[in-house]
Design a protein around this ligand. Sequence first.
Ligand code: ADE
Length: 225
Amino acid sequence: MRIDILSATPELLESPFSDSILKRAIDKKIVQIHFHNLRNYSSDKHQKIDDYQFGGGSGMVLMIEPIDNCIRELKKYNNYDEIILMTPDAILLNQKISNRLSTLKNIIIICGHYKGVDQRVRDNLITMELSIGNYVLSGGELPAVVLCDSIIRLIPGVLNNETSALTDSFQDNLLAPPVYTRPSNYNNIRVPDLLLSGDKTKIEDWREKKSIEKTNKLRPEMLDE
Ligand code: ADE
C-alpha cells in the first residue's frame, strides 16, 4: 500500500512513522509513506497556502490551488482508490472503515488546517472525509497519523501472531476483555484464578463474558449494532 499525506506542516508527521509497528511496516516494504509539503505546490511567491474567508470571519482557510496542484502531480504517477480529507466536521472513523481502507492500494490523505479547507476542495477533489472524534484539534496531522496507524496494523504481515489485530476491541463489535501479566499476586491483588487454570475453553468463555459485560457497561450502543 502507498499512502501520500498532504500537509502544511509535514514535520509533525515524521516521528510516529519512525518507530515501532509503523516503522517496521515501512522497513518491510509493506507500506510506503510519502509526505508532501503543500507550500511546495503554491504558485504564490511567498508560498502562501491559506487566506481569509470570503464573507468575513476569523481564521485562515486552506486554499484549493496547492491541494489541486499536489493531487494532479501525484495522479500522473499513481491511481488512487480514495482521497481522504481529515476534518472534524465529517463522519467518524470506526473499525469497519479502517478494515476497508486497509485493503486498498493507494490513498491520499489531506490534513486540514487553520479554520478549514476551501469547500471546493471538498466538493471536487476528494472522495471521502473523516473525523477521528467529536473534538477539534489544531490540524489534521495527528488525525492522519491515527488513521494511518489504524489501517497499517491491519495489513497482513505487519503484526505477528502475538499482536494479531483479530482480537482487538471493535473487531467483533465488543470491547476487548481485561488482560493480566506477571506477577499473579501483586501485594495481594490477584489475577483471576481461572486465567491460571490452563483450561483454554473456560478461559475463552470467561473472556467473552467479560467483553460483553464491559461493552454493556461502557458502550451499550455497540451491542445494538
Ligand atoms: N482536524 C481537527 N480536528 C479533527 C478531528 N477531530 N478529526 C479529523 N481532523 C481534524
